[in-house]
Design a protein around this ligand. Structure first.
Ligand code: HEM
Length: 506
């Protein structure tokens, strides 16, 4: 066998030799393995020998198979696809995917649950992540969104506390509504998102059958440097389908990987799911036209017209889950010319946080992994670090240089923004904590409202602290009186106390 392998190596060259390798088991150094079934022992009854380098390597590699799971969004599934522009948006942005009608950009999408760990059931109540990496001809652009249009908080400084309260208790290691409602009872702005999450949108029937939302406003920049604020919305062409509490419980008993299985089966059977991308845009001066802060991530831009920007088709599941889905690193800091973060305080924190956690989770060279590598060449002097797979030949590892000139592209400088005021630490103006939650409740059918109240009561009913429970009830009451009354009755709350708290505005 070895003779055949080495003669192929010699006559046919490396690439064919590597594929012929596949038929012979090797160690990581390429050496053929003589026996993969029996360890090397000292005689028939003697100990296993440390010099069995194959055994030792196999156990060492096995012990190192896990990398840290994502601190949030640990459970996910991904697919490759393509985005096709529906029209030319070059009047508003120089961003590559929107530059020409019908232009195609390859994408990789990862759907996920948020709070629960890597092997957790996909049936559990949670927002769902909807992250898209566009491999554009101007570098990678990541649109890292969710299946719900708003978020719980509006300032990144609160994110670690919120996530701690939602994650398992440090004592019992189980999720506990007493802990997260304690946090949310101090966060009236979360009422809108909680109304979404506790509706049946918190338990989607299929990743194919949910919408995606960018949540934040971003900035589009055109050739003249003009700024347009933009929000993104993926609309599922499969329609939207959610599970009610009974259905979710039933599915969990049968197949708690239902979302992954559904996506993989559909794509493998040639049913390629599609989403239309819609955008809402506002000029900088229009941002102040609302009775809420338009850069607040707890708000939708209700009443602003949506325009179709393109269609995404997912057409291939990854060959290997770990190499693609697990090692994928989506980051709001992966922007391209023509797209910048808005001043949204939550987004500003995210622009730092994802790249930072990925340097820890995957290492300094994670952007060189095949799933993360841009499809354009990368040229800069970020260097070395663990697992560097580069092939650098130059003696010049700095810029500028006379001997190896590498130029900048001044047309892609960041946009310019006028500043006024002082630095400060103050909450945003116009928080409008409850109106959109109420509007959402009233937009639901009676059945959807009943399901929301039942889902919410299942968790809020477990809260032992009366103050926490009644503060939460007063928020739902302030969103909509009927919502507040129904949930108060479902958890045996005291309606007089709820009304009095709502009046005090506490
Ligand atoms: C300040 C607020 C937030 C912070 C600090 C934050 C932080 C993080 C971190 C550290 C990760 C893990 C990333 C990784 O290991 O690769 C993550 C994942 C994720 N976050 Fe956030 N997050 C925030 C808010 C949001 C919001 C508002 C959204 C939706 C619009 C969102 C959507 C996602 C998604 C989809 C993922 C999973 C990406 C993937 O599939 O790999 N996050 N977040």
């Amino acid at each position: 066998m070895n003779i055949i392998r080495f003669s192929i190596l010699a006559t046919l060259g490396i690439s064919i030799a590597v594929s012929s390798h596949a038929s012979v088991l090797t160690r990581d150094n390429g050496a053929p393995v003589g026996d993969n079934q029996n360890s090397r022992t000292a005689g028939s009854n003697g100990s296993v020998l440390l010099e069995d380098v194959h055994l030792i390597q196999k156990l060492q590699r096995f012990a190192r198979e896990r990398i840290p799971e994502r601190v949030v969004h640990a459970r996910g599934t991904g697919a490759h696809g393509v985005f096709k522009a529906y029209r030319d948006f070059s009047d508003l942005t120089i961003a590559a995917p929107f530059s020409t009608k019908s232009k195609e950009t390859p994408v990789f999408v990862r759907f996920s649950t948020v709070i629960h760990s890597k092997g957790s059931p996909e049936t559990l109540r949670d927002p769902r992540g909807f992250a898209t990496k566009f491999y554009t001809d101007q570098g990678n652009w990541d649109l890292v969104g969710n299946n719900l249009p708003v978020f719980f908080i509006r300032d990144a400084i609160k994110f670690p506390d919120m996530v701690h309260s939602l994650k398992p208790s440090p004592i019992t290691n189980t999720q506990d509504p007493n802990r997260f409602f304690d946090f949310f009872s101090h966060e009236p702005g979360a009422t809108h998102m909680l109304t979404w999450v506790y509706s049946d949108y918190g338990t989607p029937a299929s990743y194919r059958k949910m919408d995606g939302w960018g949540v934040h406003a971003y900035k589009w920049i055109n050739k003249m440097g003009q700024i347009t604020y933009v929000k993104f919305h993926w609309k599922s062409k499969q329609g939207v389908e959610n599970l009610d509490l009974d259905q979710a419980t039933e599915v969990q008993g049968k197949d708690f990987n239902h979302l992954t299985n559904d996506l993989y089966n559909a794509i493998n059977n040639g049913q390629h799911p599609q989403w239309d991308l819609y955008v809402k845009t506002l000029t900088p001066s229009q941002l102040s036209d609302f009775d809420y802060n338009a850069l607040d991530a707890t708000k939708m831009w209700l009443g602003v017209k949506e325009v179709k920007a393109g269609t995404m088709t997912l057409n291939k599941v990854p060959n290997n889950f770990f190499q693609a889905t697990e090692q994928a690193a989506f980051a709001p800091s992966n922007t391209i010319p023509g797209i910048e973060p808005s001043e949204d305080r939550l987004l500003q924190g995210r622009v730092f946080s994802y790249a930072d956690t990925q340097l820890h989770r995957l290492g300094a060279n994670h952007q060189s992994l095949p799933i993360n590598r841009p499809r354009v060449s990368v040229l800069n002097y970020n260097k070395d670090g663990q697992l560097n797979m580069g092939n650098t030949m130059s003696d010049v590892d700095y810029q500028p240089s006379v001997t190896a000139p590498v130029s900048e592209a001044p047309e892609y400088k960041y946009s310019r923004v006028k500043l006024k005021g002082t630095t400060q630490q103050l909450a945003i103006s116009k928080p409008m904590n409850f109106a959109q939650a109420g509007a959402l409740f009233r937009s639901f059918s009676e059945q959807q409202q009943r399901n929301l109240v039942r889902n919410l009561a299942a968790d809020l009913g477990k809260v032992k602290n009366d103050q926490v429970k009644h503060r939460m009830l007063s928020y739902f009451y302030r969103a909509d009186k009927s919502f507040g009354q129904q949930i108060t009755s479902a958890v045996n709350g005291d309606l007089d106390r709820v009304q009095s708290l709502a009046k005090q505005g506490s």
